[in-house]
Design a protein around this ligand. Structure first.
Ligand code: PHE
Ligand code: NA
Length: 519
């Protein structure tokens, strides 16, 4: 590449952008129901263990990979992993490992974001409906209301397109004027709105029954129920760490590729983890769950995925100032989602830039791509008149949960073993703190990869038991209408993986052809 690579404008901008990348729907929508479902306080044990064994080491590896690749002009994962791997294996083998990493990262950024953009659209729609009183009529059932929402083409498509346009616009304006500006506006607002909602939640009193207080809700999520703690909940905790920290996706690396060669990564990586965990364990845990508890009691803890869009609207309309607080809640979700989706969007544009395209044109192409991959997600409920979201579920089971972990394994092996000692040196260059040798050996070389392998074995076993591996997966066995949607999802995933591999392998070969041919 001839032109100079873009850089972050300021340290603050970088940290807020990285926090924006990590803090997403995972914190406010996914975390509360995962914790409630998987043992409350007992969930915190595997959760914090995964944070230390997987989250922190991988975050350091990813910042390292990104800054290292950026030095060679790369913003995508395939070439970054190639550059690391060639320190330890033959260039041809390294190109295949890089190709695999690039293929998985591509499938995550295309397909995960393909449905995530829809959920962002829903949150914008619901912010609007909260303000305008759309679901405030107590005669309507909020569950039925949500179903009719996702089956209403006008609402779904309008808010989805608005979300996509914001993403495209921010990415098109570039790292400093687009991504950084959006993060500087939205991230502080997320924390401010979050604090307002926590205060409102904790002052709810006991509106329904004397012992259904918000504090009892906090108790519910924090007090350990050891009997609910098992292998499956441990897997859920580790999966949540991957998802919430944006690990195994390639997007932390993409943002880190805009660092200068001597910028600190150790403290900045820690800051990203801390800001995300603040927005997850403190804010994600202190709003939705206690509100639900105060109004619905222990039963309300079972609302699962529908917590944000069904249980909470039902409560907002029952509480004082509910229209405003409902809007604040959905705006938090919206901003958290947007700042994460920008990272995925930017990844794909960076990939097109590596192929020689201009940023503007790249942004328009990615806009079109997201319309195509997002279409089945939106069309399924509209056309089948169902609300099972089978296409989304199938994509999420693989791309949003399983692939992240596989990619994490490739990343940590490329860093810890293939690049090895040189990776530690690279990691510590310019660092305000230094990662000690023992941490590198104990975690990045041993504990982190072994834990990821155990996680993969466990998940594969669980997937087998849940019937996800079957030709017709169990969750749609009895709904013939949905089977084609699941099969379509599978075909799309296979195509995207193959295309991603070929594209990455060719990019690597194109740039490093000599050494591959002589190696
Ligand atoms: N870390 C993000 C979250 O918590 C995950 C994500 C990033 C999802 C980018 C989609 C796009 O929501
Ligand atoms: Na997150």
């Amino acid at each position: 590449m001839t032109e100079k690579r873009e850089n972050w404008g300021s340290k603050l901008g970088l940290i807020l952008a990285m926090a924006g990348n990590a803090v997403g729907l995972g914190n406010f929508w996914r975390y509360p129901y995962q914790a409630a479902k998987n043992g409350g306080g007992a969930f915190m044990v595997p959760y914090f263990a995964a944070l230390i064994i997987l989250g922190i080491p991988l975050m350091l590896c990813e910042w390292n990979q990104g800054r290292f690749g950026g030095k060679y002009g790369h913003g995508t994962l395939g070439p970054m992993v190639y550059l690391q791997a060639r320190e330890g294996v033959k260039p041809r083998t390294a190109a295949i490992i890089g190709g695999l990493a690039g293929a998985i990262a591509f499938s995550v950024t295309v397909l995960l974001n393909g449905y995530y953009n829809h959920i962002i659209g829903w949150t914008l729609g619901y912010s609007f409906l909260s303000l305008t009183g759309g679901y405030m009529d107590k005669a309507v059932d909020t569950g039925a209301y949500f179903v009719s929402y996702i089956q209403d083409p006008t609402k779904v498509i309008i808010f989805w397109l608005i979300a996509l346009a914001i993403l495209g616009f921010a990415v098109m304006r570039g790292v400093q004027k687009g991504i950084e500006v959006v993060a500087k506006i939205m991230m502080p607002l997320i924390y401010v709105f979050g604090i307002i909602l926590i205060i409102r939640t904790l002052t709810l009193g006991a509106p329904v029954k004397p012992d259904w207080t918000p504090i009892a809700g906090l108790n519910y999520i924090w007090s350990p129920r050891w009997s609910d703690l098992n292998w499956t909940s441990a897997l859920a905790a580790a999966g949540q760490i991957f998802f919430t920290l944006s690990l195994g996706m390639g997007i932390i690396q993409n943002y880190a590729s805009y660092l200068k060669a001597d910028d600190d990564i150790v403290v900045s990586g820690f800051a990203t983890v801390s800001l995300n965990e603040l927005a997850e364990v403190i804010m994600g845990g202190s709003i939705a769950i206690p509100i639900c508890y105060a109004f619905l009691g222990p039963e309300g803890m079972k609302s699962g995925v529908g917590l944000s869009f069904i249980a909470l609207p039902n409560i907002f309309r029952a509480m004082g100032g509910g229209q405003l607080f409902g809007a604040l809640w959905f705006l938090i979700l919206f901003m958290a989602g947007i700042t994460s989706a920008i990272a995925m969007y930017n990844y794909l544009v960076a990939m097109l830039e590596e192929m020689g395209l201009q940023k503007k044109l790249g942004s328009v192409i990615v806009f079109g791509l997201y319309i195509i991959v997002g279409l089945p997600v939106g069309l399924e409920p509209i056309l089948t008149k169902t609300a099972d979201l089978a296409y989304l579920t199938e994509v999420d089971n693989w791309v949003g949960s399983y692939f992240l972990v596989v990619l994490g394994l490739i990343e940590v092996i490329a860093t810890g073993w293939l690049m090895g000692g040189k990776a530690l040196e690279e990691m510590n260059r310019g660092g305000y703190w230094k990662v000690p040798q023992w941490f590198f050996t104990l975690f990045i070389q041993i504990l982190t990869p072994l834990t990821i392998i155990a996680l993969l074995i466990g998940s594969t076993r669980d997937y087998y038991k849940a019937g996800y591996l079957k030709l017709i997966p169990s969750f749609v066995e009895n709904s013939p209408k949905l089977i084609p949607w699941v099969q379509a999802a599978r075909i799309v995933m296979i195509i995207v993986l193959i295309a991603g591999f070929i594209q990455t392998y060719r990019t690597i070969k194109g740039k490093y052809i000599k050494e591959i041919e002589t190696g």
